[in-house]
Design a protein around this ligand. Sequence first.
Ligand SMILES: Cc1cc2nc3c(=O)[nH]c(=O)nc-3n(C[C@H](O)[C@H](O)[C@H](O)COP(=O)(O)O)c2cc1C
Length: 185
Amino acid sequence: MHDITRPTRLVGLSGSLRKASYSRATLSGLRDNLPLSIDLEICDLQLPLYNEDEDRADGPEQVRLLRKAIGASDGVVIVTPEYNHGIPGVLKNALDWASRPFGKSVLIDKPVLVITVSPAFTGGVRAHAQVNETLLSIPARIMAGPQVVLGGIATKVKGGIVDTHYLAFTLEAIDRLATMSRQRT
Ligand SMILES: Cc1cc2nc3c(=O)[nH]c(=O)nc-3n(C[C@H](O)[C@H](O)[C@H](O)COP(=O)(O)O)c2cc1C
C-alpha cells in the first residue's frame, strides 16, 4: 500500500528523442505544474536496440537504470508522437526492454497513463491504441477513462504547455493516475 506521507513518484517516458520534441515539452510542462504531492522524473530512452542476447543481469547500463526507475516508481506517464500511424520505434524498444524478464517485468501491474501528441488534429490516436496493446501484453495497468490525445500540439506547447485547457485536462489525468497508484495493493 502506498505510504501517503511521501510524494507519489511518477516516471515520464517520451517517445521522441529530438531536442525540440513536443512530447518531451509536454512532460516537462506537466512536471513544472504538478502539486508538491507528486514527483515526475523524466527518463532517457536512448537505449540500444533490444537484443535478447544482451538481456542479462550485466546487460546495458541504460536499461538497468530505466528498469530501476520504473520499478521504484508508483506509476508511469508516457507521452509520445505517432509515427506512420503507429508507435515510434524508440518507445516500443524501451517498452520491450522494460517488459522483460518475462513474468517479472517492473511494468507488471504498474499504473500507466498514455498521452499522445501530434501537430495534426488526430492527436496520435492510432499510436495511442498501439501503446495500449503493448501495455496489455505485459500486463501493465493502463489507466482507463478519458483518452488523453492532444491534437494541434504545435500551438499548445511552447517550452511548456501554454494552452490552459490542455494543461488542466492532462493534470486531471495525472491526478487520476496518482489516485490509482495510491489505491494499488
Ligand atoms: C517518421 C515520422 C512519421 C510521422 N508520422 C506521423 C503520423 O502517422 N501521424 C501524425 O499525427 N504525425 C506524424 N508525424 C509527425 C509528428 O507527429 C511530428 O513530427 C511530431 O512533432 C513528433 O513528435 P515530437 O515533437 O515529440 O518529436 C511523423 C513524423 C515523423 C518524423
